[in-house]
Design a protein around this ligand. Structure first.
Ligand SMILES: [Mg+2]
Length: 470
């Protein structure tokens, strides 16, 4: 364990929603919800004002609308989020070459590997705290957003610290005080403990980290299996030697598992493959990327290794699509005799932008096919109408890869330009009209005007930088 809290975890506060509030003066201090606005949409991010109504990320958009009917509902503008994220990550790279982004708005930084490394070894926690406060100040003034920062001796504790710091704060957990902090937390705070593991632990009477830490490791292994049990036990004791790994320039993302006993049963192999595909997608998304080529790697009982790959027409980060391709690739391989290693990878990586909508269209298309098969055509048509009512290109029917949309659609939050009134954003549309608020990141709160949806003076526009220009 490090003697100095030199692992930093940065987490931007309500990132997508905060970018929208910084962009749109009229939304500052107001509940803002960003996500898919179609019939099956989910919340990506809710501003702190919206969270007071009980809205949170991953919630169904329909439920969010019931809880906070007066919030602003906006489509995500990934291109802008990526630009802002790049600015934040560049500030982190000034502190160390070891920056590990977990998503567009979250990253670990190993301060010991950077220019402050040597000074940290002698000056310790106070210097780490000063570096982190300077970073937060830089993000506030140079990027225009607030960030929360955690500092500690391990990745796990640094992440716990940044959660405790939220919003807009800094928490440092000093070397030697890790257990003190862990003793106050529920098992849900442990990485790798999801709802299923939590339930297993709860049935064994374990709800707090300190209860898990007090058990002999064998009991955890008995409950959760060898690898998982040992891992959870170590983390509960505050033992975490995972290094910060710079992953930014990776050309591919892959995961693989070697099995202690060769897998023989085809169903079992498929289950493992799906689990790997899921892990691979999580890593892909954590890095804010998507990819075109899915690769499956198989090592057979006789150590012969082979790979199979297939390339999609456009990048995706969709778990359903990637798992389905991986299964199809596995189907093309003779598995007799058993396998000892299985891997799933995605290459041909791209940043998310438009591709994200394509992934959503693919996913919702797959779901709709299933729904249509079950319920007949009528159900599908009803959905199409519903999506039209919400009026967003986030809806699956509104996305036309390779073709022109039939009618102009305006999505809430979208950037527009008017020949007379200048830059603005769509507040809403319906019954042939579109409402636009004309304001920019650096303007006062703007005025609202309404136009016919096909008004030739109105066109789509790019996002303006948060702190750029006047
Ligand atoms: Mg965040």
């Amino acid at each position: 364990m490090r003697p100095v809290p030199s692992i930093l975890h940065l987490d931007m506060d309500a990132f997508f929603a905060s970018v929208e509030q910084a962009s749109k003066p009229s939304l500052r201090g107001k509940p803002v919800i960003v996500g898919g606005l179609g019939a099956r949409g989910v919340v990506s991010t809710a501003s702190y004002e919206a969270r007071r109504f009980g809205v949170h990320s991953a919630m169904a958009m329909a439920q969010a609308r019931r809880l906070a009917p007066n919030a602003a509902y906006l489509i995500p503008r990934f291109e802008l989020y990526r630009q802002v994220s790049d600015e934040v990550m560049a500030l982190l790279r000034e502190l160390s070459p070891l920056v590990e982004p977990l998503s567009l708005d979250e990253a670990f930084v190993d301060l010991a590997a950077g220019p402050y490394g040597e000074a940290l070894a002698t000056e310790g926690a106070e210097l780490a705290r000063a570096v982190a406060e300077d970073l937060r100040e830089d993000i506030r003034t140079k990027v225009g957003l607030t960030a929360s920062v955690g500092l500690s001796t391990t990745k796990f504790l640094a992440k716990i610290a940044s959660e405790q710091a939220k919003p807009d704060g800094l928490v440092l957990i000093e070397a030697g005080r890790e257990r003190e902090v862990l003793d106050t937390l529920s098992v849900r705070a442990l990485p790798g403990v999801g709802p299923a593991t939590e339930e297993t632990l709860r049935r064994a009477g374990l709800t707090q980290i300190r209860e898990v830490a007090a058990l002999p490791q064998e009991e955890l292994v008995h409950l959760l299996g060898r690898a998982h049990g040992a891992g959870v036990h170590a983390l509960a004791l505050g033992l975490d030697d995972r290094p910060v790994v710079a992953e930014r320039d990776a050309k591919s993302v892959s995961v693989e598992d070697t099995f202690e006993v060769d897998l023989l049963d085809r169903d079992h192999i498929v289950t493992e493959l799906e689990r790997l595909a899921d892990r691979c997608v999580r890593r892909l998304r954590a890095a804010g990327r998507s990819g075109r080529t899915v690769v499956v790697k198989i090592r057979r009982f006789d150590f012969s290794t082979l790979t199979r790959s297939e390339t999609l027409p456009a990048p995706t980060d969709d778990s359903l699509v990637i798992a389905q391709m991986a299964r199809r690739l596995l189907d093309s391989v003779e598995l007799l005799g058993g396998i000892r290693l299985l891997g799933v990878g995605v290459t041909g990586l791209a940043d998310w932008t438009q591709e994200d909508l394509f992934a959503q269209a693919l996913r919702e298309g797959l779901e709709e096919d299933a729904a249509d098969e079950a319920a007949g055509e009528a159900a599908g048509e009803e959905e199409a109408r519903e999506d039209a009512a919400y009026g967003g290109p986030a809806g699956p029917r509104a996305f036309h890869p390779g073709g022109e949309p039939k009618a102009r659609r305006w999505a809430p939050g979208q950037d527009v330009e008017h020949t007379e009134f200048g830059h603005g954003w769509v507040q809403g549309s319906g019954v042939g009209r579109v409402t636009v608020r004309f304001e920019t990141p650096n303007s006062p709160i703007g005025r609202v005007r309404t136009f016919a949806v096909d008004d030739p003076a109105l066109s789509t526009a790019g996002a303006l930088p948060l702190l750029g220009g006047v």
